[in-house]
Design a protein around this ligand. Structure first.
Ligand code: CP
Ligand code: NVA
Length: 312
């Protein structure tokens, strides 16, 4: 059992992982030796704060050991991907991989002989979505029937929210005038739409502000993420596109004025770019559950590790 996407995970898998995450948060001592010396390798092509720390610290809390590999310091870049994955599989019990390209991750998982966790690729971010379900359950006391709107650029985080929401009955409305090309997944969107759990609010021909107001008024949770994924932030080849997006997306910024009078919870997977997709004030607003959400990545990662190791 891998966690490359949430597709093969059943509703039961997901709900049990959320329940385990909440128990681990409440009774961390009970899990001190839960993995009995198992080793996790983190293989990262991209930067990370939360996912890396959740993996490294999480496995240590469970009585295991973590080994971090920055892709660029290994011979993965020189060699056949499948060969290197077979080698790594022989050294460790589980691998948390943050790859640039989803297709490479799929190839890596096919060659690995231990469970692989997708630590965020260009298409999906499943460990984020599982942590987010834990946070939603913790703060709203339920998942089924929760209404979440994602405002921003449709990306990897948005896809995994749709995939997770579809399994547990969260209604996801996406307000995104831009879609990252790598994140296009019509099969996922159509499957969620058929269940009535995914819709897109088209702001093309109407006033953006009033469209956002009406979707926010109906939402329990308002969620946003970066308008530019991390690998493009400092890429000179993306500079022009980044400027175009920042200009186009400004009317979609979550700020105090837009959320004035609304009772919704505010979520962001972080890192946040204050003054762009969200104002700094709102990150720290009393409706924000962003920092609980980021803490929960740790508890939830432990539940994911336990589940995959138990099935290995
Ligand atoms: N939310 C998240 O995955 O953060 P990092 O990129 O810092 O891991
Ligand atoms: N969409 C963001 C998620 C970061 C956790 C990115 O890929 O950079």
């Amino acid at each position: 059992m891998h966690l490359i996407t949430l597709d093969p995970w059943s509703e039961k898998d997901i709900l049990e992982t959320v329940e385990d995450s909440l128990n681990i948060k409440k009774y961390p001592e009970k899990y001190r030796h839960a993995v009995g010396g198992k080793s996790l390798c983190l293989l990262f092509q991209k930067t990370s704060t939360r996912t890396r720390c959740a993996g490294e610290i999480g496995i240590t809390h469970l009585g295991g050991h973590a080994h971090y590999l920055d892709w660029r310091t290994t011979n993965f870049a020189l060699a056949d991907l499948s060969d290197e994955m077979r080698v790594l599989s022989a050294y460790v019990d589980i691998i948390l991989a943050r790859f640039l390209k989803h297709a490479d991750l799929v190839e890596a998982a096919a060659a690995a002989t231990v469970p692989i966790i997708n630590g965020c690729c260009d298409k999906y971010h499943p460990t984020q979505a599982l942590g987010d379900l834990m946070t939603i359950q913790e703060h709203l006391g339920r998942l089924e029937g929760v209404k979440l709107c994602f405002i921003g650029v449709h990306n990897n985080v948005c896809n995994s929210l749709i995939a997770a929401g579809m399994k547990v009955g969260i209604e996801v409305t996406v307000v995104a005038p831009e879609v990252n090309p790598a994140a296009v997944d019509k099969a996922l969107w159509n499957a969620a739409a058929r269940k009535g759990l995914y819709k897109v609010l088209d702001t093309g021909s109407i006033n953006v502000g009033s469209a956002l107001e009406s979707v926010i008024a109906e939402s329990d949770i308002v969620y946003t993420d970066t308008w530019v994924d991390m690998e493009f932030f400092t890429d000179p080849a993306f500079a022009e596109e980044r400027e175009r997006r920042l200009k186009k997306m400004m009317p979609y910024q979550l700020n105090t004025e837009l959320l004035n009078g609304h009772e919704c919870k505010i979520m962001h997977c972080l890192p946040a770019h204050h003054g762009y997709e969200i104002s700094g004030e709102l990150v720290n607003d009393e409706r924000s559950i962003i920092f609980e959400q980021s803490e929960n990545r740790l508890h939830s990662m432990k539940a994911i590790l336990l589940r995959l190791l138990a099935h290995a």
